[in-house]
Ligand binder design. Sequence first.
Ligand SMILES: C[S@@+](CC[C@H](N)C(=O)[O-])C[C@H]1O[C@@H](n2cnc3c(N)ncnc32)[C@H](O)[C@@H]1O
Length: 274
Amino acid sequence: MNEPHLEDIEIDLLLEAIHLRYGYDFRGYARVSVGRRIRRFCSRSGCETPADMIPRLLHDPLFFARILPCFSVNVSEMFRDPPVFRAIRELVVPVLRTYPSLKIWVAGCAGGEEAYSLAILLREEGLYERTTLFATDFNAEVLERAEKGSYSLGSAEAFATNYQQAGGKGSLSDYYHMEHRALVMDRSLRENITFANHNLVTDGAFGEMQMILCRNVLIYFGRQLQSRALELFSESLARRGFLCLGLSESLAFSIAQEDFSTLDARLQIFQRNR
Ligand SMILES: C[S@@+](CC[C@H](N)C(=O)[O-])C[C@H]1O[C@@H](n2cnc3c(N)ncnc32)[C@H](O)[C@@H]1O
């Protein structure tokens, strides 16, 4: 029998400690990247081994707050992967237009960039007024940023290029103003967005969505967790609802795969069969 690597045991114990003490369950996250990020954090925090971090973690919630970002990579952009937003405009919007009211869930919304992008797209398509957008994440700090809708001025050019490539109908600057060297999204875009805390590992389904976007989140999950999240999405979608995953994610590891047809295989856009 292969001896388990000592460091793997220490990481298991660390993840167990986080779960028991703080209720966050990272035990099913993709092991290679979790291990890499824990090792990096370990050396930065002056600990010799992952096991050394356990007593600090148990007794010091601030230490836990510092380790949390290891599991929560918050990188995002407005209109990230522009062809996806173009495809939503061209393939999904004509169907959404047939509903009198719409519910859309952006799961793992990070700083809100994806939710504001959708709000802009829906406004340009005349659908915003009939839509409720739920944008969720398990990281309270990023949700606070998302509520503010404030982004660094340095991102403006990249965001504007994405917006144009995504088929934007005006200029991105129509939707924000400058405040203290930041770009702040218009309050009117926030009116139909509810930002909320939701953990895809431990929390339940959201009902009857016409579309769910969960992009660049499942890549951090192991197969079993990916499967759980995909089943959650299948349960949360209304009949013939749409699901958009990240470009390097797929339905492959889940029995939920049977519930969906592929609308665009390259862009990972799916539609529920029933
Ligand atoms: C890389 S960002 C993706 C942001 C956006 N969806 C995009 O594609 O640009 C990943 C987000 O997933 C969130 N996340 C990670 N694990 C989660 C979980 N178990 N439940 C909810 N959100 C989670 C992180 O906090 C982070 O904000």
